[in-house]
Design a binder for this molecule. Structure first.
Ligand SMILES: Nc1ncnc2c1ncn2[C@@H]1O[C@H](COP(=O)(O)OP(=O)(O)OP(=O)(O)O)[C@@H](O)[C@H]1O
Length: 414
């Protein structure tokens, strides 16, 4: 595959420090490593590329809460430790491999292997990282160990990883979207439209823009649709005043929005005969996966719903309570799907390409039973009638995209 893209990172139209890197995606061969640090999962991947074919092994490691809120050094030591464990298990400790790093937090990208963290989001708040180059912090941690040698060839955001991963299979993929712990999207833009991008054209006439749309609304533009629940979520978060759009959509917050509504309706006597439970009134205790499970019940059947309510100490829930709980879940997930669709349509209409595939990753899109259909329906209403689109689940996640970019970058260096 020979598809040339230049990637351009900007987080606001008035940020003049736009940076880019050239990518040459083609069939490379050999073993490549990737790290994928999202908001919930941390994965280490080994990908073996051969002609038009790849094999992938991966392992998920936990990031304990005390590390998510500890020092940067602890976080990067933990990442290097997981990498070393994985390499030992795969018997590749002695090999010097190229690595791509998917790091899904807002970065000020200064090149393919240099990115300064702008701010933590999604529950992370490690000290001493904001303003620093996360690639260097990872290199330092690997050096401190001294038992593995890795060449970090690329750092990218999960939207870019998803786009690359999907584009490898489907050449019409032009948007990478995440609806997981957080939400964000990147898209391929004509270089002539990226007015702040003044580098010479590398041949494709295209740039990749990371929208960082999770922060949409931080300037007050979404205030007219933010509810009291959204405001409470924001106040209780580790980053108040930031990531308003993301907080209305993504998996880190959706369950808690539902829980707050249920708590309010219970206290107003409208649910459960006015009798709640300690768990229902505990912040964060209504998981986003419950929303998927409750909406997975067939219409008129409340098996999952009852099980979850019992788990929450609400055995006394009536049939009508189940109907109402499901309705609240539907309102919150439908709002999320519609907001994502509206943002996607803005991109699709702006791109004005006859047919665009959107590569999507993230557990909310992957597991919610109706999210895909809700999006298809809403986008079909909002998209300019002459344009066509499809939504493609990224089967292998954004990590594979990072490994592909590392493969291309290392080949280019050779
Ligand atoms: N079955 C489910 N249905 C809906 N949401 C879910 C489900 N299971 C987990 N989630 C939510 O998905 C989020 C995790 O998303 P994901 O697995 O995509 O992680 P991630 O890659 O770390 O996140 P991100 O891509 O935003 O960096 C969590 O907030 C969790 O609440």
């Amino acid at each position: 595959m020979t598809n040339k893209l230049r990637a351009c990172y900007t987080d606001s139209p008035d940020d003049l420090s736009i940076n880019y890197f050239p990518l040459f995606i083609r069939t490379e061969k050999g073993k490549f490593l990737a790290l994928d640090l999202g908001g919930t999962n941390f994965r280490v991947l080994l990908i073996e590329l051969s002609e038009n074919h790849f094999e992938m092994k991966s392992k998920i490691f936990a990031i304990p809460q005390h590390i998510m809120l500890g020092s940067g050094e602890q976080l990067f030591d933990h990442i290097a430790d997981c990498l070393a464990k994985f390499m030992k298990e795969e018997n590749i400790m002695k090999e010097r491999l190229a690595l791509g790093f998917t790091f899904s937090f807002p970065l000020r990208q200064l090149g393919l292997t240099k990115g300064l963290l702008k701010s933590w989001t999604k529950g992370f708040n490690c000290s001493g990282v904001v303003g620093n180059d996360v690639v260097q912090l990872l290199r330092d941690a690997i050096k401190r160990r001294g038992d593995i040698s890795i060449d970090i060839f690329a750092i990218l955001n999960d939207t870019t990883g998803t786009l690359m991963s999907c584009a490898w299979k489907n050449q019409s993929c032009r948007i990478g979207l995440i609806v997981g712990t957080g939400s964000n999207a990147c898209y391929v833009e004509k270089q002539k439209n990226a007015e702040l991008f003044d580098e010479p054209d590398a041949g494709s006439g295209q740039v990749l823009i990371n929208t960082e749309w999770g922060a949409f609304g931080d300037n007050g533009k979404l205030d007219y649709i933010r509810t009291q629940y959204d405001k409470n979520i924001d106040q209780d978060s580790i980053n108040p005043g930031k990531q308003f759009f993301e907080k209305m959509i993504s998996g880190m917050y959706m369950g808690e929005i539902v829980r707050q509504a249920l708590e309010r309706f219970t206290k107003e006597g409208l649910l459960f005969g006015g009798k709640g439970s300690d768990l229902l009134f505990t912040k964060g205790r209504f998981y986003t996966k419950y929303v998927s499970e409750i909406e997975s019940d067939y219409s008129g059947v409340y098996t999952n719903c009852r099980e979850i309510l019992e788990e929450l100490g609400l055995k006394h829930a009536t049939e009508q309570d189940c109907v109402n709980v499901r309705f609240v879940c539907e309102c919150v997930s439908r709002r999320a799907a519609h907001l994502v669709s509206a943002a996607l349509c803005t991109l699709l209409n702006k791109m004005d390409e006859p047919h665009v595939t959107v590569g999507i990753d993230g557990s909310v899109y992957r597991f919610h039973p109706h999210f895909h259909n809700l999006m298809m329906e809403k986008i079909s209403h909002l998209i300019n009638p002459h344009l066509k689109f499809d939504l493609m689940l990224s089967e292998d996640g954004s990590g594979r995209g990072a490994a592909l970019v590392a493969a291309c970058a290392s080949a280019k260096k050779r």
